[in-house]
Design a protein around this ligand. Structure first.
Ligand code: GLU
Length: 339
């Protein structure tokens, strides 16, 4: 079959050569094509997360800023909902996506060949562009399940996150640090974060973990149903040790005021990471330069696109990266005097 195809192509190609026009006519044809064809558009896709998370609107915010200048740069950005950080790193490395939103801890693990990349090795082509909003390891539990601390998860049905998500490893780390074996002490579910609020409301799970910026649609959905839920603190000596031992983890607080439907009367102590914007060394410099320049040159407009960006400054958007900065982003930072 393949041979037949090659043969047919060869025949067609040969025929075209024989019938082909002389140099003059060829030049004319090319001229005509150039006049008719619009300037070639470069399409770039940004990998995000579930549509009720913060990555999806983040991809949308970056694409929106970028597409305002699509005629100037000839670049059109689109957004894709994905399984999350780990999926995004792998898709960017495979060349299936040009950009991805990725947790800072996952960026660290990918560049160093750890966790999901232990067998695949260091993802050496991974490049950092900028850092975005803080994300907290968020544990949401049904009040009727009697879960007030992470220790209370023992014997419960808990969603730890789908393979491909950033949060899965964070859930495992938190559980392990709290002395809970996720394979034997709980019934661990592996569904996507977007499905967890519905499962919790339907009584099919008792709790779920989600590493996400706040406020998030997902947590609003979980706290707005008939079944009362609370955001559970993730604290204790084991968690303190986990934070001390890992450079990418830091203490974090979730303001209770963001979720009036939750049964919390005080802010919730937990730990967190940061969302980062990454690409591949193979993505051209002009593309990464353009996207970096548009986000930073329109910083105040960008900040208004999501309430989780309230804490962003140009300076902290350059912190928390572990992969090398992409040459296109570096060029902009030098030009803008940010580095
Ligand atoms: N942190 C999650 C992940 O990496 C995604 C959170 C979101 O979509 O906002 O999978």
């Amino acid at each position: 079959m393949k041979k037949v195809l090659i043969f047919s192509l060869a025949v067609i190609f040969g025929f075209a050569l024989v019938m082909g026009c002389g140099p003059e006519e060829k030049a004319k044809t090319e001229e005509k094509a150039a006049a008719e064809a619009p300037a070639k558009t470069i399409f770039v896709t940004i990998g995000t997360g579930g549509i009720t998370g913060v990555y999806y609107p983040t991809g949308g915010a970056i694409a929106k800023i970028m597409n305002k200048k699509k005629d100037q740069y000839g670049i059109r950005a689109t957004v894709e909902s994905t399984g999350g950080s780990v999926f995004n790193v792998n898709a960017v490395m495979a060349g299936d996506l040009e950009f991805g939103v990725v947790q800072s801890d996952r960026q660290f693990q990918a560049i160093n060949g750890m966790a999901e990349w232990k067998d695949k090795g260091k993802q050496e082509d991974l490049r950092a562009v900028f850092t975005i909003h803080p994300e907290s390891i968020t544990l949401v539990a049904a009040v009727d399940a009697g879960i007030e601390t992470i220790q209370d998860l023992k014997g419960k049905r808990v969603n730890i996150g789908n393979p491909g998500s950033g949060q899965r490893q964070n859930s495992i780390d938190a559980l392990t640090a709290a002395g809970i074996n996720y394979e034997t002490d709980i019934t661990a579910e592996s569904v996507k974060a977007a499905e967890a609020p519905g499962l919790l409301q339907d009584g099919r799970i008792d709790a779920f973990f989600y590493t996400v910026g706040h406020p998030a649609g997902n947590i609003k959905e979980a706290t707005a149903g008939a079944r009362k839920v609370r955001i559970v603190p993730i604290t204790g000596p084991g968690i303190d040790k986990l934070i001390a031992e890992n450079p990418y983890y830091a203490k974090a607080t979730i303001p209770a005021s963001l979720y009036p439907g939750a049964a919390n009367d005080a802010d919730v102590e937990t730990f967190g990471v940061k969302a980062t914007f990454v690409t591949s060394a193979k993505v051209p410099e002009n593309v990464v330069y353009a996207i970096t320049k548009e986000v930073f040159d329109n910083f105040e407009d960008f900040k208004k696109l999501h309430p989780a960006y309230i804490v962003l400054t140009k300076a902290n958007m350059l912190e928390g990266q572990s992969a090398p900065i992409h040459a296109g982003a570096e060029k902009y930072y030098k030009e803008a005097g940010l580095k």
